[in-house]
Structure formats: C-alpha cells, structure tokens
Design a protein around this ligand. Sequence first.
Ligand SMILES: *Cc1c(COP(=O)(O)O)cnc(C)c1O
Length: 458
Amino acid sequence: MRPVSSTLRTKMQRLGLRTLRGEQAWAERAADILPGGVNSPVRAWNGVGGHPLPIASAAGAVITDGAGRDYLDLVDSWGAGIVGHAHPAVVSAVRAAASNGLSFGATTEAEVELAEEIRDRYEPAQKVRLVSTGTEATMTALRIARAATGRDVIVKFAGLYHGHSDALLVAAGSGLATSGVPDSAGVTKAVAADTMVLPYGDVDALTDAFAEHGSRIAAVITEAVPANMGVIAPPAGFHRLISDLCRNEGAVFIVDEVLSGFRAGPAGGWGLERDADIAAGREPWAPDLVTFGKVIGGGLPVAAVAGRADLMDLLAPLGAVYQAGTLSGNPVAVAAGLATMRLLDDDAYAHLTRVSTMMRRGVSAELASHGITHAVGHAGTLFSVFLGLEEAPVTFDDVSRQDALAYSDMFHSLRGSGIALPPSAYEAWFVSLAHTDEHVGKVVDAIIAWGGREAKQP
Ligand SMILES: *Cc1c(COP(=O)(O)O)cnc(C)c1O
C-alpha cells in the first residue's frame, strides 16, 4: 500500500489516532477484496496520496464520509451530479420508475423521451442509441465509423480519454505518429497499430497524418472539451479543421461529449462553438457521430452514441453493425437521466456559468495574490487549475509540466477545510446547481488558508 502522505498524516494526528487507524483499517479491508480497494482507479487517491474513507451519503453540494465528515463536493461523480446530489425531483422519478419494475428487456416510452430530449438540445444527434457507459458509446462509434468507411485506422489525441476499450487505450509511439503503442497491459500491438495518436491541437501533425494516410483513416475522435487531463480550451479553428479534413477524405468525425455534453453548456462543447460561429456569421461545423454519458444518466448508468441518421441506421437491427445491451435504456436509469435533463433549463445554465466563473476567478485571484504560479483551463462551465504552469496548457506534454506535488498538498489542505477536490491534478473541478455563492466563498477561503502557508515556504 502507498504510504499516507505527510500532510494527511499531520491532519490525521490532529484528528486523533483513532481516525487514522479507522482509515487504514478501512483501506486494508477494501483492498483485500477489491483490486486497489476501488472499482475505478482514480478513486484510489494514487494521484494525491492517502486513503479515503468510504462515502456514506451525499445531498446537494455536500458529500459525507463514513466518519460523518462533510465535504463540499467538487467532483460531483465526475460531472454526472450536475443538479446536485439526491435532487428531490430525480429521487422521486427514480422511486416511481423502480416501483413500476426495474428492467423489462423491452423498449419503454421514457427511452424515446430521453433520446428526443437529447436530439432537441443537440441537432447533430439525429438518431440516438442508449447504452450504459461512455466506454460502450465510444467503442460503438468507432465500429460504426469503420463499417461506414470500410477503413481501419482511428486518429485520437494524446491525453484525451474516451473510455477503456482496447482501440482507445493507445499512447503515442515514438518518432513519427504512424501507429500507436498499447497504453495498458493487455492491449495487443495489432489493435494499437490501428490507432494513430497525435499531439492535441497540433494542426501540422493532423494535416500531415491526413496527407500521408487519409485513405486509411476511418475516424478522428476527440473530446469536445478535453477534460481528462484537466480542462483544455480547444484551440480556435481546430475542430473545424478536423471536420473539413474528415469530409474531404471521407472519414467520420466523432466528438466525444461524454463529460462535456450538457455540462460545458446547453449543447455541450460543440454548442459553445456553434454559438460563436453563428455570432460571427460563420456556418457551424457539426460532428458526424457524438457520444454522451455522465450528465444524461444523472448519476445512474446511461450513455449514448448518436449522430447522422445514415450512420446510426447502420446499427442492428437495421444495419450490419452489431451492438446490444441487456440493460441498455434501463427504465430506472433513464428516469434519473430524464429528470436531470428536465432540470437543465436556461436558468440552470446561467447558474452553472455564474458559479463556475466566480469559483475559477476567485481561486485564481487568491493563488496570484500569494505569488503561486498557476494557470486556469476553461471552456464554458468546465474548468480546472494547473499549479506551476505560467499559461493554460494545450498538449499532454504541457499538462505534464504542472506541479502535481503542490496539487496534492493543496488537495489535502482543502480537505482539512472541508472541501473535496478531485483526487488528481489531471481532472476537472465540477460545480452543480446546488453550489452557491457561499460555497464559492468557502473554497476561496480555503485557498487563502493553503496559499498563505504555501507562500511562506522558501
Ligand atoms: C468518462 C468518460 C468516458 C468513459 O465513460 P465511462 O462511463 O466511464 O465508461 C469517455 N469519454 C470521456 C470524454 C469521458 O470523460
């Protein structure tokens, strides 16, 4: 097991040895049966050190651990909790759905309503297939693209995350980016060879890849707003370039909105650019396929692949692309998603915009006043803070130069102030409809407390 970080140890000593024993005993029990003590890696706090207690409950913006300690939650189940934890409207929709039967293995009206809700907010989603995880959604998008083009090669960008299917767990190879190398043990070289990994935002690398390999490229996949290495603002014109190259070369442009969809703004990361294009009198670009997750399930497992009707109609039972799911469109999960989406009106986005803007500006101003070098990445309501960087990063190499140790120190200091930051320097900070101006003030005060101490060190 990893050692408990020194900051956490100090804090635990203040709280008394009993709790430290409690955390260690818990960590040992969980790790005895769950690999690493978790069911998804980032929960293990390897990025910041220490051992979290299990979560007991959450309500609104506050999450409570097994020792009864409350934290202002800036993780929000990685964005899914956009309306706040245990929102009464969502909980009652889930209760009502559950009492009508948990799963039928047959289509319900609510599935159609959720799909319509998605299409009505996001025009390029002409047709929708519901699945249970973002991983399934992106995996299916690749399969559709390969079927539509009769080609094998997928282009992705370093540092962006699209779930854990084999073809997408590929890292940049050394030298010319002609083919990737496995980014996880257990991914074969053959699979990795069909995935080309380019530096994010690199126009030359992208145009070169299309010039040399255009006729082999089935699809380009990117996050509408990269948010899995911290939040990166997509460089101006980058998505339009991908869209043009894909159209010219007959490849499929897949925009992954699993995290950003209905979160970065009312129509995800794409909607932010569409609005800017319309304001500037330009014809907006559009994805061919798009994937959703997180927000559309409101905390239960719902994700979707959607897009051009001609591509989506390649899916079975209409077409030759096989895809299925026993619990796809599960009625209880869909009820949570639908209730969540229906809370996301103009006022909701105005609130998310205001609170997220206040928080990123307030945190940045306090860090600056203590002379702490940092940058803030943001797009719409998504943001994250990079310590040790002078300017907002674009590529994974830029992000890797951040001061992850300082982040870990800040994480534990804020935890001591009752705030739960993401347990990694490579993640977005999330707010919800339940986060208020007072919560922003609490975060800013906690940054002042940490920054003052940090600034005194030589
Ligand atoms: C979370 C995420 C995924 C994977 O979704 P899961 O439901 O965890 O499988 C895919 N793409 C992006 C952009 C994500 O943030």
